[in-house]
Design a protein around this ligand. Structure first.
Ligand SMILES: CC(C)(COP(=O)(O)OP(=O)(O)OC[C@H]1O[C@@H](n2cnc3c(N)ncnc32)[C@H](O)[C@@H]1OP(=O)(O)O)[C@@H](O)C(=O)NCCC(=O)NCCS
Length: 413
């Protein structure tokens, strides 16, 4: 079936998480993504293994719909194969540490000379300029340095990392957007360009509203925070406060297990019906909660009322009760809840796959739904599974030439 990115070929040198999330999205959108791996493979194939000889879920969940080819870039014959593939691809992607491509002999200038129409897309921890440019980075390094950790957690506790992988997968999304923009530019001009996303920059972008609060502190306290903010010079950790124009917080439900909570947004328009549900006429007419300003001032009391009410309802009962009166809310869903959730399954967001070495497994589905380009998710490739196929199909090499390259060590250590 014709897909949004049908006809686009990607030479995907990315590894670990940040880059592969971006190239997997392109593959799901229909691009032919050739995962170009060192002979030992993407390191994640063997990391956090749950089955002895099967590619780890870490790898399989980030590399679906791709073909795998192994090439040793440290051998002249391997570099030759890379150059020829480069000339046949629309996009080359990488997220190596600083200086790796220079050491291999393929900085952007060389890549551009080999194929002036190619788009090269890189993820670096901190980009290619500035005092941090030479540093490596992983997810939590980016969360630490991009403003996320200092604003996550409770005011009296340590900085926390988020469960959402904003440093890696968040950066991958930014890279995919940059690539699509560069493709559009190339459609107009015929020219390729270099797309770079730094993980630290991507996390800062995702923390944008925290810099709103940072600057508001110059003009006084932040009334929506449930902690005192007078005199602060940096956006504080805000616990579960909503961080938006409406008050919000997590409310504990019955029977009190670790995920028996619901997040409730006390939207201005719904206060009257929420108050009536939770505390009847007495709460609805209580002057301490009559306006949003009053509710902010007395929010500890307001949340106490909501917690008392929720203590005799499960989070799912609460979701129904609150949605019935149009109150925005969300039960805290565990991975177990989500894996079995009817809505999630109905939207193909937890999909069953097969794998020659691991059997049945599940991947999180494609969150972007295109009406004319439905996504069919296929398993991740085995290491080097498509080396011969890609060399024959993309480069037009015959069996004798492939054998010659193999003997020269182009595909092995
Ligand atoms: C993630 C990261 C910290 C991992 O560091 P690392 O394991 O030391 O890996 P590097 O990317 O620095 O180096 C890869 C090595 O493999 C080699 N390599 C990669 N592909 C190869 C191939 N096809 N053939 C031969 N060698 C290959 C490189 O030449 C390099 O070797 P060198 O150090 O001798 O130059 C680093 O890649 C990084 O900072 N990346 C950018 C930020 C990022 O994306 N981080 C998030 C990852 S989820």
């Amino acid at each position: 079936m014709d897909k949004a990115l049908s006809g686009i070929r990607v030479l995907d040198m990315t590894h670990v998480q940040a880059g592969p999330t971006a190239s997997q999205l392109l593959a799901w959108l229909g691009a032919d993504v050739i995962k170009f791996e060192p002979p030992t493979g993407d390191i994640t194939r063997g990391q956090l293994r749950d089955l002895p000889d099967a590619d780890s879920l870490y790898f399989t969940m980030l590399n679906c719909n791709k073909r795998s080819i192994t090439v040793n870039m440290k051998k002249p014959e391997g570099k030759e194969v890379f150059k020829r593939l480069l000339a046949s691809c629309d996009i080359v992607m990488e997220n190596f540490g600083p200086g790796v491509l220079d050491r291999l002999g393929f900085p952007w200038e060389t890549v551009h000379r080999i194929n002036p129409a190619v788009i090269m897309a890189s993820i670096k921890g901190f980009g290619s300029s500035g005092p941090y440019a030479d540093f490596k980075a992983y997810e939590n390094v980016a969360q630490a340095m991009g403003g996320s950790m200092s604003t996550t957690g409770f005011d009296d506790g340590p900085p926390l990392v988020t469960g959402a992988q904003i440093g890696d997968s968040g950066t991958g999304l930014h890279l995919a957007i940059g690539i699509l923009a560069a493709l559009q530019h190339r459609n107009r001009t015929g020219k390729g360009q270099y797309v770079e996303v730094a993980m630290m920059d991507a996390v800062m972008n995702l923390c944008r509203v925290k810099f709103r609060d940072h600057q508001r502190l110059n003009h006084g306290a932040l009334p929506e925070y449930s902690i005192a903010t007078e005199g602060r010079t940096a956006a504080p950790r805000s616990g579960n406060d909503s961080g938006g124009g409406q008050l919000g917080n997590a409310v504990r439900c019955s029977p009190g297990g670790p995920n028996d909570w619901i997040y409730v947004v006390v939207q201005e328009a719904v206060w009257d019906s929420l108050a009536r549900l939770v505390g009847g006429e007495a709460l609805a007419s209580d002057a301490r909660f009559a306006t949003i300003g009053e509710r902010r001032r007395h929010q500890h009391l307001m949340w106490e009322n909501l917690n008392d009410f929720a203590s005799s309802h499960t989070k799912i009962e609460m979701m129904k009760l609150l949605n019935d009166i149009d109150v925005p809310c969300g039960p805290i869903m565990s991975t177990e809840d989500l894996a079995g959730d009817e809505h999630v399954r109905g939207r193909d967001m937890y999909v069953e796959l097969d794998h020659p070495k691991r059997g049945t497994w599940y991947n999180v589905g494609m969150p972007i739904k295109l009406s004319a380009s439905a996504v069919e998710i296929r398993r991740s490739p085995l290491l080097g599974e498509h080396t011969d196929e890609v060399l024959a199909e993309v480069l037009g090499l015959d069996a004798a030439e492939i054998a010659r390259l193999r003997d020269s060590g182009a595909f092995s250590r």
